[in-house]
Write a protein that binds this ligand. Structure first.
Ligand SMILES: [Zn+2]
Length: 304
């Protein structure tokens, strides 16, 4: 009985850690890369998305679609601990999880969400709730190797080998480093993104890396000097110490920087074609996103 209590407490603790952990901490994507980060999974097969009509109409889901449309810009919540209004920022993530391309205010989206909810034994009303989103967030976090590795307080050693990216691969020519296989996978992903997304092909700065490997000592020094410790995450154990995390330029709103977590900036980022392509395709190259930071991607092809 006592053992059961301890086990239950440990399970709850693990769940809380997975839900709360930030870009400092990682887990494994479903489409894990093969040797050298070559994607194992092919392009998403046709028909993999939820079967909804081409125009995303589905009369059975009108009321749910209206409820989603109402909450999209008004829901008061704090899915990452900081109060937010609305869930527009997370629409690409949610569409990815429920496997639809229908707009968040559409009947087709509600229908796809209803199917997902039933599979998760979360009812099936097609209305996005905080509970549903936290389950999706947990799934996304669980794909980050770093989150799983650090769930019980461990912090990865710094890597033996890191490689300098080319000058053109750093944001504004900034020197950046990644582990060799992560860098190779990044290059394959960027080439595919530029082939598929006109805005990424047109702007050479798009998809450049503004932060890769960071030494723990440098992070700690910066944390002290700037009083900016990312909620102490940076000082304690940043994912960037692994050499597997890359902060990637996915665009930024006028007046904001590429790493600003202000909500209007994050919303802008998640609307870019580049970010949306990454959400749909990065896992094929072994990269997973920390959903609070549209720019933060981690390669999962080797342990942190
Ligand atoms: Zn980052």
């Amino acid at each position: 009985m006592k053992f059961l209590g301890v086990s239950a407490a440990a399970a709850v603790l693990l769940l809380l850690l997975v839900l709360r952990v930030t870009s400092c901490a990682p887990l494994h994507p479903q489409g894990a890369p093969g040797p050298d980060g070559q994607p194992l999974a092919a392009e998403e097969p046709p028909g993999a998305l939820q079967p909804v009509t081409a125009d995303c109409r589905d009369p059975g889901w009108t009321a749910a679609a209206q409820a989603n449309a109402n909450a999209l810009q008004t829901l008061a919540w704090a899915p990452f601990g900081r109060p937010e209004t609305g869930w527009e920022i997370y629409v690409p993530l949610i569409q990815h999880e429920i496997r639809t391309t229908c707009p968040a205010n559409s009947e087709g989206f509600a229908a796809a969400l209803g199917i997902w909810q039933r599979a998760q034994q979360q009812g099936g009303d097609g209305i996005l709730s905080e509970t549903a989103f936290l389950a999706m967030k947990s799934a996304a976090q669980t794909r980050r190797e770093f989150v799983r590795f650090t769930a019980f307080g461990a912090c990865p050693e710094t890597p033996d080998l890191i490689t300098a990216a080319q000058i053109a691969e750093g944001y504004g020519g900034k020197p950046v480093w990644l582990r060799p296989r992560a860098l190779a996978a990044y290059r394959r992903m960027v080439a595919a993104a530029r082939a598929a997304v006109p805005e990424a092909a047109a702007d050479p700065q798009m998809l450049t890396i503004f932060s890769g490997y960071r030494s723990p000592a440098a992070d700690a020094a910066r944390c002290q000097a700037e009083g900016n410790c990312d909620g102490i995450v940076r000082a304690r154990c940043s994912a960037h110490r692994t050499g597997l995390a890359a902060d990637i330029d996915v665009g930024h709103a006028p007046g904001f920087t590429v790493d600003s977590s202000a909500d209007p900036n994050r919303l802008y980022m998640t609307r870019t074609a580049t970010y949306r392509w990454l959400v749909a395709n990065a896992e094929r190259f072994g990269f997973v996103n920390y959903p609070f930071e549209p720019w933060h991607w981690e390669w999962t092809g080797e342990p942190p």
